[in-house]
Design a protein around this ligand. Structure first.
Ligand SMILES: *[C@@H]1O[C@H](CO)[C@@H](O)[C@H](O)[C@H]1NC(C)=O
Ligand SMILES: *[C@@H]1O[C@H](CO)[C@@H](O)[C@H](O)[C@H]1NC(C)=O
Ligand SMILES: *[C@@H]1O[C@H](CO)[C@@H](O)[C@H](O)[C@H]1NC(C)=O
Ligand SMILES: *[C@@H]1O[C@H](CO)[C@@H](O)[C@H](O)[C@H]1NC(C)=O
Length: 457
């Protein structure tokens, strides 16, 4: 008897956490019965072992790349010093040509050639690292997908340790990419490029914080103009319908992946206030959520510092035209290097997209541009450096930027910059100027892309 009770205790306390649901023991005719139901398929240890060994392998590759990036940083410093030396020397020669012989000039020319060769070599090694980092990223994405599947199918505590290892790997990778980008692409916040050249493959973080694939309406990302101290903060909001009810803040990427928010704001508090929004296409700036107010139809800002919302109607904006993939997306907010934007369509233009620049102080639309694209045929839009980019579906696996509108020149053009989709549809897409990435919410998953720009020579 005591043995059976112990078995029951053991069964519920220890084995349950490892194997899933156990039936309670049932007493009949003075006898204790203990039944155990094993799940129809036991936990695939093989997959976990593979995940573990891949983590070790990825870690090794990353360590190698990190040490290379450190070498690049040192080399770059040396080359810059050499170039500065040469610049000083050439200036001196120009100012006083008579004191320098042919030999001197030849010597300087050789030095210039040497530095050039070093830079070409550095560029080649940096390019190799770019390729390796991308392949590491893909490998991590694949493994995270396996992990997520295990989390959903089995108890997520069983893979918690492995999940942590992968988060650390992702952070290491992010840090390595950031340092690498600073050498290769030191232009965050700078707009002297001539637009987007291409996108990376999709980087899939995981299923949303609600761990619910039914939460397919939503968005995630970083503050596009963070308050000091909030540079690493992430936010997430989602719902099973197009309403916007809550937003959760995470102190950094690790906390987002661990689903440990530090604050959830409710936009609807019964008997108190109703600041609900709709349509998902919000943006966070200066700890303030800009979104489409549900009633009345208006643009709204919810200041998460003061916990207060205000709204302002755009008289010409219509509720009739949404984007291709989802309903209620009438106002779409975007943020770029130059501030805050909103797009919508009007009755007068028969559904063609209008772009407006928002003055963040007065919360007014201060300037508008009429585009020639029909909003319902557009997947989504985002802004980079004062240029509007519009997407559309190519096929179930591919999306493309097909249209751009440059607010500086007021010129529009039709282009084709394809990118791979994670799932057939998505409801949220926005660029973040602080890290030059595109953030997408695709059927409940956090997805992002690196953006690569054209650089004029
Ligand atoms: C258990 O069996 C059901 C029905 O046969 C199946 O749908 C489910 O995927 C199985 N679960 C696992 C973990 O294999
Ligand atoms: C720069 O020039 C100075 C003086 O000519 C020299 O001592 C120094 O080594 C040079 N630095 C580099 C990086 O070439
Ligand atoms: C949000 O509220 C705080 C505190 O009242 C204020 O200092 C800040 O400027 C507000 N932010 C925006 C974007 O309006
Ligand atoms: C862009 O600006 C940065 C910083 O001002 C400068 O270093 C870089 O050379 C510029 N690039 C081009 C192509 O003008």
């Amino acid at each position: 008897m005591i043995g059976t009770i112990l078995l029951l205790l053991f069964g519920s306390a220890v084995v349950e956490s490892a194997l899933g649901p156990w039936a309670e023991g049932s007493a009949s005719g003075g006898e204790c019965m203990c039944e155990a139901f094993l799940p129809n398929s036991t936990f695939p240890i093989g997959e976990l072992i593979l995940l573990e060994s891949t983590a070790v392998e990825i870690n090794y590759k990353l360590e190698m790349e990190i040490s290379k990036v450190e070498i690049y940083e040192v080399k770059l410093e040396v080359y810059i010093a050499k170039i500065m030396n040469l610049t000083v020397l050439i200036k001196r020669m120009e100012d006083d040509p008579d004191s320098y012989s042919e030999l001197h000039i030849e010597e300087v020319k050789i030095k210039i050639k040497q530095v050039e060769a070093l830079i070409v070599e550095l560029q080649a090694s940096i390019q190799t690292t770019t390729t390796v980092l991308l392949s590491i990223r893909e490998q991590i994405s694949v493994m995270i997908t396996v992990l997520t599947r295990l989390e959903i199918t089995y108890d997520k505590n069983l893979v918690l340790v492995t999940r942590r290892e992968y988060i650390i790997l992702q952070q290491k990778l992010e840090e390595c990419e950031r340092r690498h980008n600073e050498i290769f692409n030191p232009d965050i916040g700078i707009c002297n490029h001539s637009g987007i050249r291409r996108f990376s493959k999709p980087i899939i973080s995981q299923l949303n914080a609600n761990l619910n694939a039914g939460f397919k309406y939503g968005g995630w990302g970083k503050d596009s103009n963070p308050l000091p101290g909030s540079e690493n903060m992430f936010w997430y909001s989602a719902s099973s319908d197009t309403l916007v009810n809550t937003i959760t803040l995470y102190s950094d990427y690790y906390k987002l992946i661990m689903r440990e928010g530090f604050k959830t704001h409710e936009l609807y508090v019964r008997y108190n206030y109703d600041w609900q929004g709709t349509g998902n296409n919000y943006i966070v700036r200066e700890n303030t959520l800009y979104y489409q107010f549900k009633s009345p139809f208006a643009m709204a800002k919810f200041n998460m510092t003061s916990v207060n919302a205000q709204y302002k109607e755009i008289p010409s904006a219509s509720t009739q035209f949404s984007y291709h993939y989802s309903a209620n997306q009438n106002l779409d907010f975007a943020a770029d290097e130059s501030g805050l934007w909103v797009t919508y369509a009007t009755q007068e233009s028969k559904g063609k997209l209008v772009l407006g620049k928002i003055n963040e102080q007065s919360f007014e639309v201060e300037e508008v541009w009429q585009t020639s694209i029909f909003k319902p045929s557009v997947g989504n839009t985002f802004m980079v450096c004062g240029v509007l980019y519009a997407t559309r579906s190519v096929d179930s696996k591919t999306e493309e930027v097909f249209y751009t509108f440059d607010t500086h020149t007021e010129r529009e053009s039709y282009v084709s910059i394809p990118f791979e989709k994670f799932q057939e549809s998505y409801v949220y897409l926005d660029y973040n100027p602080t890290d030059q990435k595109l953030y997408m919410f695709s059927n409940g998953y956090y997805v992002n892309y690196h953006v690569y720009f054209n650089h004029k020579n």
